[in-house]
Design a protein around this ligand. Structure first.
Ligand code: SIN
Length: 352
């Protein structure tokens, strides 16, 4: 999209929202029977494909909201960095050019809330159950409260899945990473993770990854299978190691000013729809990633490597120092609270 079209699109959204807000303030609006001619517009920008857990959940949220308000609230979903790339979409949200985004938890550090990088710590979670004990408990609530300080409101955590490592050569033991240039998301924890393995981290937007891998600007990367498939990384990565070494998930955020201007009745509809969309996202996350991995296998362009328990233990040992570094950076308490919440879950089966 050109900068001009981007401005036009953003302006249209604001104008549409303003008209609708006037109608709401004067009592014309009824959530169940609003005027479709002057709808409230929520622009929801994200960076992945529609056919991923986040992409599908965003479309599901749109459907619920539009049905339940009889199109009095329109949710316009812009997938695949169509509107904004990773860092830009958060800036656009703060400026009010879009109203909703769902960045991965690894991308909030540049806003000054690096505590979310907790989720990037290698081998922190053994599966979704232990992850949910963190997102649904006091740690999750504490993190959501931090968004307040940057003018945002967190509505929900959405699951994606566990990351695999890929490269243009096989990655089996930690020494295999030495000297490789690896694309990461903009997270200091992920930077430290790659350095602990002897690799050179290179933070870049998701939309730039395919070209960087294809041209050899980077040798490899890490991601969940659904992104590996839909961003076509399998075309340009000869090896994928099923390491499940870290988690990738999302926080759905809105601009606080926008949210606070909405009438309570509209917020209630949106809240309910978000709860349903969250259940949907979390229900499909694992199966979508499993299906994506099957598709990658069938494409036959990437050799899939399984680690033995001993090999995985060697990765875990090589990466343990990353936890200490995070503790030094954001303080001990958050990490201890997370470990406590995970508790016995650390023995649960992988990716269950
Ligand atoms: C996402 O899943 O939203 C993007 C993850 C990435 O940038 O690798």
């Amino acid at each position: 999209m050109t900068p001009l079209r981007r401005k036009i699109v953003a302006g249209t959204a604001l104008a549409g929202s303003a008209c609708a807000l006037v109608a709401l303030a004067t009592g014309i609006f009824r959530p169940a029977a609003v005027s479709a001619s002057r709808p409230i517009v929520i622009k929801f920008s994200h960076v992945v494909a529609d056919e991923t857990p986040k992409g599908a959940a965003a479309l599901y949220f749109k459907r619920l909201v539009e049905e339940r308000t009889q199109r009095g609230v329109l949710v316009q979903v812009y997938p695949n960095s169509e509107l904004y790339k990773d860092k830009e979409e958060l800036e656009a949200l703060q400026l009010g050019s879009v109203q909703m985004v769902a960045p991965s938890l690894a991308k909030l550090g540049p806003l000054g809330i690096g505590e979310f990088e907790l989720f990037d710590l290698p081998f922190l979670f053994d599966g979704y159950a232990s992850l949910h004990r963190v997102t649904d408990g006091p740690v999750g609530r504490q993190l959501m409260a931090r968004l307040d300080e940057v003018g945002l409101l967190g509505l929900a955590f959405w699951d994606n899945g566990f990351k695999e490592m890929s490269a243009d050569r096989p990655l089996v033991v930690p020494a295999d990473f030495r000297g490789l240039r690896m694309r990461i998301q903009s997270s200091e924890v992920l930077d430290a993770q790659m350095r602990a393995l002897g690799a050179i981290p290179d933070a870049m937007a998701l939309s730039d990854v395919y070209a960087a891998l294809a041209s050899g600007v980077v040798n490899g990367t890490e991601n969940v299978a659904s992104n590996f498939l839909t961003q076509k990384m399998y075309e340009v990565q000869a090896f994928l190691t099923l390491s499940d070494h870290g988690y990738l998930g999302y926080v759905v955020v809105v601009n606080q000013t926008f949210w606070n201007q909405l009438p309570g009745s509209v917020r209630s509809v949106l809240d309910e729809a978000m709860k349903d969309a969250t259940r949907f996202a979390n229900d499909i996350a694992k199966s979508e990633n499993d299906a994506a991995l099957d598709r990658v296998r069938k494409e036959g362009k990437t050799q899939i490597i399984e680690l033995s328990p001993q090999q995985r233990e060697a990765w875990r040992a090589a990466l343990s120092s990353v936890h200490e570094g995070f503790q030094r950076r954001v303080g001990k308490r958050l990490l201890e609270d997370a470990y406590r919440a995970i508790g016995s879950g650390r023995t649960e089966a992988r990716r269950s």
